[in-house]
Design a protein. Structure first.
Lengths: 368, 346
């Protein structure tokens, strides 16, 4: 990302640290939870683990336990980078050298045990208050990156539709997606799929299923740009959709549009989920919006593809301008199986800015 | 984020092979006076739990609990529906879905009456999980069993060798599929990703050193630029959880490419002679190719699927001779940087 964008993030981090009276912020990350580390350093960690020490003067030290990743970080980041096979010990050494400071860390529950315990236990507070809000509520420079990621998601779904043909295996579709994304500069993409009919209860990594006539093929694509993820969820049918599939899709479309129409600064995540779920309840499908059949009705996205707030009827987090979300009423339908539909958007004061441009339809791909 | 083929084929990974690994680990832990075993896993640290269960999370995290006897338990906060899928691709262990996996494991430990809990990589174990285990099983002692695990893990069985052989073939094919006519690194590397995943790679990291005259650092697609006169592709991939790497260097000049290909051929034929130290073998093998600038050997280490265990500056004491390893070599050939890597000892 641009130097200006990183500088804006660093300034926001410093301001939050000052507000919470924190002198050193310890940020931990790996390829699963890369978001905290990336926010401060702009390094997208791929292998091993890393710890960033952010000081109140804005200087940052990135410690990595993989030598090749360390070499890459020296090319891709501007902060001081240290290779330390014993990551935790090096971080402790650096913190001890800094003296008796007010230290906070995030994500707190994932912090290495050895960092907090040992001969001399470090007193480290939970840094969630400093970081979580920054990760959820984006600046315009960050939203611009999410917008680009959403455009890549749209382009990616067009490739997916071209790739989905009878006789192809599910992982072959992934191969086409990933090749497309690498050629377009996307280093990471969260993607799961579902292939089949009424027996399909969710999406997962591909298992080698062969696409055949009548199958519904579901996917969520989640490419990133400058580390920021955006997602699109769509369903297609191999051949012409059946009447049952069309009728089921109409419910999901109505639910998604009801959810999206609710999104604006000041409403809660629960309000959005309720709007989606009320549509299902209206059609006698209330059972299928429970945790038995669905995980969430959408979620936040940013430097982590599945961040807070979860869109659920019991999540009372208030949406704020600058949050980026996907609204997706994905769930099992008793007549046709698991069906997905979802668009990414930005929460704005009076409503929202839609980021995905792919048509909201149950796509059909030719049999030949 | 795993998104390639994830499936269990009993012909490739028989449950009996996993049972044998667990038995060997239990015997080693018993010698250490440890009652039970706990390991943490996520997509970056899947190596140990995969070795015991055949499964790597495609997302999120989990904890594996191996009691002194009986079935292992894999606890994860993923949904019940995902747990059903995990059960279908995980040959060993029971899957439990719970919002508090570590508390669930702690309660199990308390019920089993275990006192000394062997934790893999205790220093790196997530503190939140450690605290939840301790809270749910008061009076237990957490013991680091990283060395004990390494002693058992250091021996690759026939099942692992077969998977690594397939992974190695895929990585070679992927590196061979790069578009050498491309001017930009992204176009150069994209076909490698396609070949790897079409061949069934569960995960694939495709990186490029865009201009070897400037740097030997391999970068991801978001940092890639135009290719220089010499450049290299690095493919790291997992086939059914077994990881390997392959690196090839390329040159625009046909003569330079010939010397690069010759060095790669040496790497492909590399073998240690009986009793020969790895460092000595590298120097001998590449003596006529160019000057050896550095070499690194990588093997699975704890929860990491591949990690450096030896290099030119250190002894190879950390290298297990009972398992294949990835050998990464950097040469200077007529003043030009050349990098190659492949799996050795299959």
């Amino acid at each position: 990302m641009s130097k200006e964008a990183l500088a804006a993030r660093t300034a926001a981090l410093k301001e939050a640290m000052t507000r919470e009276n924190v002198e050193i912020l310890v940020l931990f990350g790996n390829n699963w939870h890369a978001d905290h580390l990336r926010y401060a350093t702009d390094f997208g960690i791929q292998e091993g683990q890393g710890i960033a020490l952010v000081r109140e003067d804005g200087s940052i030290t990135l410690i990595l336990d993989d030598p090749a990743e360390c070499e890459r970080a020296r090319c891709e980041t501007v902060c001081e980078t240290i290779f330390a096979p014993a990551l935790v010990q090096e971080a402790k050494r650096q913190l001890s050298r800094a003296g008796n400071h007010n230290i906070a860390a995030a994500p707190y529950h994932l912090l290495p045990y050895g960092l907090l315990h040992g001969e001399k236990d470090l007193r480290v507070a939970d840094g969630a208050k400093i970081v979580e809000h920054l990760l959820m509520t984006k600046m315009e420079v960050e939203i611009a990156a999410v917008r680009k990621a959403a455009a890549l998601a749209d382009q990616g779904y067009a490739i997916f539709r071209q790739a989905a043909r009878p006789g192809r295996k599910d992982y072959e579709l992934v191969a086409e997606m990933e090749s497309f994304f690498r050629a377009h500069g996307v280093p990471e993409n969260f993607m799961i799929v579902g292939v089949g009919g009424q027996e399909v209860r969710g999406m997962a990594p591909p298992g080698g299923k062969i696409l055949k006539k009548g199958d519904m093929v579901t996917t969520e694509l989640t490419p990133c740009f400058d580390g920021y993820y955006a997602q699109i969820c769509r369903t297609l049918v191999v051949g012409e959709p059946s009447e049952a599939q069309r009728q089921a899709f109409a419910v999901y479309l109505e639910a998604m549009e009801a959810g999206i129409a609710t999104v604006r600064a000041g409403v809660t995540a629960a309000d959005v989920a309720k709007a989606e779920n009320d549509v299902f309840r209206k059609y006698g499908l209330g059972e299928y919006v429970t945790s038995e059949y669905t995980r969430v009705r959408g979620h936040g996205m940013g430097l982590f593809p599945d961040q807070k707030p979860a869109i659920l009827e019991d999540v009372k987090i208030t949406l704020q301008a600058g949050m980026t979300l996907i609204v997706h009423p994905n769930t099992y339908h008793p007549a046709v199986g698991y069906l997905v539909l979802g668009d990414s958007l930005v929460v704005r004061e009076g409503g929202h800015e839609l980021l995905c441009g792919t048509k909201r339809e149950l796509f059909s791909v030719p049999l030949q | 984020m795993r998104r390639g083929l994830m499936a269990w084929d009993p012909a490739e990974v028989p449950a009996s092979a996993l049972a044998d690994r667990l038995a060997r680990l239990r015997a080693e832990l018993a010698r250490e006076g440890v009652d039970v075993f706990v390991a943490y896993t996520n997509i970056a640290r899947g190596g140990s739990v995969w070795w015991l269960t055949g499964f790597t999370p495609y997302w999120n995290e989990g904890l594996l609990y191996a009691p002194a006897q009986g079935e292992m338990v894999f606890a994860t906060a993923l949904s019940k529906r995902v747990a059903e899928w995990i059960s279908s691709v995980m040959p060993a262990g029971e899957v439990t879905t719970t919002p508090r996996p570590s508390a669930f494991i702690g309660e199990h430990i308390a019920r089993d009456g275990a006192k000394r809990i062997g934790v893999l990589e205790l220093d790196d174990f997530p503190a939140g999980h450690a605290q939840a285990i301790l809270a749910a099983s008061p009076g237990v002692e957490l013991v680091d069993v990283t060395q004990a695990f390494a002693r058992v893990r250091g021996e690759a069985d026939a099942v692992e060798r077969l998977l690594l052989t397939k992974a190695d073939a895929l990585a070679q094919a992927a590196c061979g599929a790069v578009d050498v006519a491309s001017l930009h690194a992204r176009d150069f590397i994209a076909p490698a990703e396609s070949v790897a995943r079409l061949g069934g790679a569960e995960e694939c990291f495709t990186l490029v050193a865009c201009d070897l005259s400037a740097s030997g650092a391999f970068v991801r697609t978001d940092s890639m630029g135009p290719l220089g006169d010499t450049y290299a592709a690095r493919v790291s991939l997992a086939y059914k959880g077994a990881w390997t790497r392959h690196v090839r260097s390329f040159a625009r000049d046909a003569g330079v490419q010939q010397s690069f290909d010759a060095a790669h051929a040496v790497l492909m034929d590399f073998a240690q002679q009986p009793g020969e130290a790895l460092g000595a073998a590298v120097l001998r093998a590449f003596a006529s190719s160019g000057e050896v600038v550095n070499w690194v050997a990588e093997q699975p280490r704890g929860s990491y699927p591949l990690a450096p265990v030896a290099n030119m500056a250190q002894s190879a004491a950390g290298l297990s001779t009972a398992a294949p390893f990835v050998l990464d070599v950097e040469l200077k050939i007529q003043g030009r940087r050349w990098i190659g890597a492949r799996m050795i000892g299959l």
